[in-house]
Ligand binder design. Structure first.
Ligand SMILES: Cc1cc2nc3c(=O)[nH]c(=O)nc-3n(C[C@H](O)[C@H](O)[C@H](O)COP(=O)(O)OP(=O)(O)OC[C@H]3O[C@@H](n4cnc5c(N)ncnc54)[C@H](O)[C@@H]3O)c2cc1C
Length: 418
């Protein structure tokens, strides 16, 4: 798989390299190059492996999926060639769990085949991490729903055959019951992309993250996905294992930067020595190796925990990996850029792109701070408070108990010791 990715997929990254282009299934030239590769992946039994066998996946456990995603992490086109790109992978999971037979036939099947791409539209301009500020509404009108509002950073909307949008259906309900999900097919009147925002460094208005105005978008009642008011249950399905795969792809990108650092260290001379002979470079290399190994083991442990059926442990592992991802990538890419000097920060190496990826990692699927809070709550859930005034590790108290336990030895007479 690794050789295939290096030989066949990496060239796609270099030629079809416009922002988010790996989601543009409407580019006939790019897709002409991609389709035969997807066919080879299918023949090898490696297509859409995150899915269960009934949906055309392989039923691989999370450990194997994690290892596959590590290989895909160094490329943009890799996930599309292997049928596991976000947000399609998560959207497919939602449709498989909550879709009606009709929705599955219309949207899920072509998505699973890789024939189309999709979009997930939740974040609004006034905030992404706090659903209490979401304002987009869907109001029942006879046999239809009318959707109105603005959504921000809806990735891939410009190329998507359908968008899954979250809208308020009962503004008086508690926040957990306030929202429902709807399927909006491409071309629905009123689905207006205000602009396609790009990431830092990308040309303005030609990015992959759409600012959308839902202006009286009318969809039939059967386009509701899941039950009314249950949008959060629907959205949770798409974030499970995907976060592990995302973390492993982050590891793949960070590992690439590490390999670049090592090559640079033994290739570049400055001030009379190889870069790799300078102590600071050695520290960079050694610390990077250790951090990568720690991160890899953390993710694989999380994947293994999920495979053991330990749901709570799995959630703790997923949260830990999610928190570590942006930090690891930022630290390692920062060192790699530094070692490559001006070339490192230029657009002639992939490191600048990875740097933005690191920042994005701290926001996609919710900011790091929120994951930290969630993880801490899980970790504290079953911890019992101490009895008494002092912590259970307080030495005077422990010593008194130890003296009591060992008193008979302390009180042994000289004759008994003789
Ligand atoms: C590359 C990329 C792709 C994306 N794709 C999509 C997509 O396809 N569909 C979609 O709907 N959204 C998408 N998003 C949006 C993403 O979900 C939001 O960026 C994220 O939820 C944060 O929302 P926000 O950007 O509005 O930041 P805010 O919610 O304004 O948060 C900004 C900052 O405030 C701080 N903060 C927020 N809440 C807390 C808290 N409780 N405690 C402490 N600090 C806090 C954090 O530092 C946080 O980063 C994407 C984002 C990125 C970067």
């Amino acid at each position: 798989m690794k050789q295939f990715v290096i030989n066949e997929v990496e060239p796609l990254d270099l030629v079809f390299d416009q922002p988010g282009h790996h989601h543009n299934v409407t580019d006939k030239r790019a897709m002409a190059a991609v389709r035969p590769l997807q066919q080879q992946v299918k023949e090898k039994g490696l297509w859409a492996c995150h899915l269960t066998p009934d949906l055309g996946g392989q039923g691989y456990g999370q450990v194997k999926l994690a290892l596959m995603n590590e290989i895909l992490g160094g490329t943009n086109w890799g996930p599309r060639v292997f049928g596991c790109q976000a947000p399609d992978s998560g959207n497919a999971e939602i449709l498989a769990h909550f879709g009606s037979e009709d929705q599955k036939a219309k949207y899920l099947r072509p998505l699973l085949q890789g024939d189309i791409t999709s979009c997930y539209s939740m974040t609004e301009p006034q905030g992404g991490s706090d659903p209490r500020v979401f304002e987009t509404t869907a109001i029942r009108d006879g046999n239809d729903w009318l959707i109105n509002g603005y959504k921000w950073y809806s990735s891939q909307a410009r190329w998507a055959s359908f968008t899954i949008v979250m809208a308020v259906t009962d503004p008086t309900a508690p926040v957990s019951d306030r929202f429902s999900m709807f399927l909006v097919p491409q071309g629905t009147p009123g689905f207006n992309i205000v602009r396609n925002t790009g990431l830092v460094g990308e040309s303005p208005e030609d990015g992959a993250h759409a600012f959308i105005h839902y202006d009286n978008v009318r969809v039939p009642a059967e386009n509701m996905l899941g039950e009314e008011g249950r949008a959060f249950e629907v959205s949770q399905v798409r974030l499970g294992g995907g976060r592990i795969h995302h973390a492993m792809r982050t590891l793949g990108a960070a590992t690439k930067a590490y390999e670049m650092m090592k090559e640079r260290a033994v290739s570049r001379h400055t001030q009379g020595t190889l870069l790799g002979h300078k102590q600071s470079t050695m520290q960079y290399i050694a610390n990077t190796y250790v951090e990568l190994l720690q991160f890899r083991l953390l993710i694989l442990h999380a994947a293994w925990t999920i495979d053991q059926g330990d749901k709570e442990g799995g959630q703790i592992g997923i949260g830990s990996a999610k928190i570590m991802s942006p930090k690891i990538l930022r630290d390692i890419i920062g060192r790699a850029i530094q070692l490559h000097g001006s070339l490192g920060i230029s657009n002639e190496l992939p490191l600048g792109q990875y740097w933005i990826k690191a920042a994005a990692q701290g926001l996609v699927d919710g900011p790091t701070e929120i994951h930290e809070v969630k993880l801490a709550k899980r970790l504290l859930k079953n911890v019992r408070p101490v009895d008494g005034l002092f912590p259970s590790e307080h030495i005077p108290g422990r010593k008194a108990a130890a003296v009591e336990k060992l008193r008979r030895f302390l009180e042994l007479s000289e004759e008994e010791l003789a």
